[in-house]
Ligand binder design. Structure first.
Ligand SMILES: NC(=O)c1ccc[n+]([C@@H]2O[C@H](COP(=O)([O-])OP(=O)(O)OC[C@H]3O[C@@H](n4cnc5c(N)ncnc54)[C@H](O)[C@@H]3O)[C@@H](O)[C@H]2O)c1
Ligand SMILES: [Zn+2]
Ligand SMILES: [Zn+2]
Length: 459
């Protein structure tokens, strides 16, 4: 069996799984504990298979698709997907200008450099952050650009120095990387890798500052190191999560950003005690995943706050029963929440991106122990204001990217939780469209009229 060495000082996969059980006592670990016994069994099963390399199909490309992917290794790829409907070859959805429809066309994708892998993307979805940077009204504009940052695919080829993944592996692409070497990667309290931190402004490769996409020699920038709206893309090896080959990539691909952001903001950061009250601001995918996290953590009361009540019915599927629309009141919503909860909620999670909602999320927590967690991305000029006396009164405000999950350390376990029917993902998926209809998918996010719309590169 292949040893796990790779881009940093990884412990072996098996040892790492055991270490979680021994060392990590967080609510997140308790949630994952449900899986530990099953892990023990699977580890024993794997150990049995170690002496028989043919028994572990996950380390070797199996399908015809996997084999085809490998034959392109080391070459510049012209992404071409034939659309029978249009009678054209399609490949990537390029944003040439801010706010203008994406254009589907052929682009060139360079081979991976050191520590990088080139992926054949099979499924991707869009998140609100793609839309913010595509509109580029409140964010730094960088065009032409290929968006997309939550996806599932197959490793097509690997660059020098990559040893832990190989062509044919099934992976999720994740914009929050893990180099495994830096202080953040070594800390259990942070996922803000020094090297592979979420970076919306870079748009070029870490290795040489160049773009890996081009069209007739014109460079095309990447988005957050992933750019998954392309049949092929290049990512740093620390920005993928290896996943169970049995897992349906058209579903688990959504673990690449929004779901983990909401789930982890509650389970890993807010850590609501059993029986507590939790307010969730914003009931998009991130907020609904946060509500799910609160339910899993054992919160007794979960209050959903959204200025667009059209999503309240859908939110009931996620266990929410109490809703507030701030527009229904002539006083600040945090005052309404404080009144409903005898002084404030135990935890709040902000998932709207509105600075006003961020401040309300802090104002609505209880004195003494209340914790507010900011999970959404603010506009670049926003300033958070709070009266310092609220800090003296013991309230805490925190924030996190990607729910403090690390792709290598945590995502395989989340995929397994889905496979074991302990984490529900299907209910977040409301639509699916082929790549050629990517602008429909973009429109759904802009209009806020759907949860996840999966974009398919293959039928
Ligand atoms: N921190 C991270 O790692 C991370 C990851 C993914 C997404 N995000 C951010 O999280 C946010 C939510 O993402 P999403 O995909 O769920 O978005 P979404 O647009 O689907 O949902 C946002 C919800 O907030 C509501 N809303 C907006 N302003 C509000 C206000 N002032 N008061 C109450 N409700 C309000 C909207 O009606 C909508 O239902 C976005 O800002 C996104 O950029 C952050
Ligand atoms: Zn790191
Ligand atoms: Zn995202």
């Amino acid at each position: 069996m292949k040893k796990h060495q790779g881009i940093g000082p990884f412990k072996s996969e098996k040892k790492r799984r055991r270490d979680w059980r021994l060392d990590d006592k967080s609510v997140g670990a308790r949630f994952l504990e449900m899986r530990y016994n099953e892990y023990e069994n699977s580890i024993m099963e794997e150990e049995k298979n170690d002496s028989d390399p043919s028994a572990d199909g996950s380390d070797h490309p199996t399908s015809q698709e996997d084999q085809e992917a490998i034959s392109t290794a080391g070459k510049v790829i012209k992404c071409r997907v034939f659309s029978e409907f249009l009678g054209l070859y399609l490949c990537a959805a390029v944003a040439w200008e801010a706010g203008k429809p994406l254009v589907i066309e052929e682009v060139e994708v360079a081979p991976p450099q050191a520590d990088e892998v080139r992926l054949k993307i099979l499924f991707t979805s869009l998140c609100h952050t793609d839309v913010c940077f595509w509109k580029a009204k409140e964010q730094t504009p960088l065009f032409p650009r290929i968006f997309g940052h939550e996806a599932g695919g197959i490793v097509e080829s690997i660059g020098k120095g990559v040893t832990e993944i190989q062509a044919g592996d099934h992976v999720l692409a994740v914009p929050y990387g893990e180099c495994k070497n830096c202080r953040h990667c070594k800390s259990e309290e942070s996922n803000l890798c020094d090297l592979l931190r979420f970076n919306t402004d870079r748009g070029v490769m870490l290795n040489d500052g160049q773009t890996w996409f081009s069209k007739n020699g014109k460079p095309i920038y990447n988005f957050v190191g992933t750019s998954t709206l392309s049949e092929y893309t290049v990512v740093h090896a620390g920005c993928v999560a290896k996943c169970n080959t049995e897992a349906p990539l058209d579903t688990v691909c959504i673990l690449g950003c929004s779901i983990c952001t909401g789930l982890g903001a509650v389970i890993n950061v807010a850590k609501p005690p059993q029986g507590s009250s939790v307010a969730i601001f914003g009931l998009g995918t991130v907020g609904l995943a946060a509500a799910e996290g609160a339910r899993i953590a054992g919160a007794a009361r979960i209050i959903g706050i959204d200025s667009s009540p059209s999503g309240f019915e859908e939110a009931k599927k996620f266990g929410l029963i109490e809703f507030l629309n701030p527009n229904d009141y002539d006083r600040p919503v945090h005052e309404v929440i404080a009144e409903m909860t005898n002084g404030g909620v135990d935890r709040s999670v902000e998932c709207t991106g509105s600075i006003q909602a961020m401040m309300s999320a802090f104002e609505c927590v209880h004195d003494g122990w209340g914790v507010a967690v900011l999970a959404a991305v603010p506009n670049k000029d926003d300033i958070f204001k709070a009266h310092p006396v609220n800090f003296l009164k013991g309230r805490i405000v925190k924030g996190c990217f990607f729910g403090q999950y690390k792709p290598w350390t945590h995502l395989p376990a989340l995929v397994d939780l889905y496979m074991n029917k302990k984490l529900k993902l299907d209910k977040y998926i409301s639509q699916s469209v082929p790549l050629m209809e990517v602008n429909k998918a973009l429109d759904h996010v802009v209009q806020g009229n759907s949860l996840k719309c999966i974009i398919r590169f293959a039928e």
